[in-house]
Each structure stands twice: as structure tokens, then as C-alpha cells.
Ligand binder design. Sequence first.
Ligand SMILES: [Zn+2]
Length: 78
Amino acid sequence: MNWGPTGTARSMVTFDPDGLTWAQRDGDACVVCHKKWPRPRVRVGRLPDDSAVLACADCAEALFPAPLAKVVAFPARF
Ligand SMILES: [Zn+2]
């Protein structure tokens, strides 16, 4: 499954559904800030039943700092 250019190779974190609301479990709300709009779009983990856990871009970046939102440009060498 390809979720876009943000690093699908990262191993998925499994979240405990007991700590999540129904909206969060359904992927309707950000797992961090509970925001439903704009819709969370970054898959930050999964549940034990393998459904996706989503977060908005800002929260995902806070959860997994470096690789997400940024493209690192390597300086050219001479
Ligand atoms: Zn959020």
C-alpha cells in the first residue's frame, strides 16, 4: 500500500485502541489532537486489527520529527 511520498518504509506503530475515541479509531479524527477538519491524512500507525491510525500533518511531524514533511536536500559537492 502506498500512502504517498512521505516514507512508507517506516515501520508502523501499533496504537492501543483503548486510548482512542471511535472517531480516532475510524480514522475520522487526528489521533493526537482529535481534530476532524481538515481531515487527518498522514498514516502514523495502525491498530491491532490493522486499520490505519491517522494524524494531521502537524501532529504527525511532532510524532515522527525528521522524515515526514520535509525533503532534505543534500548540498552538492564539488
Ligand atoms: Zn492533529
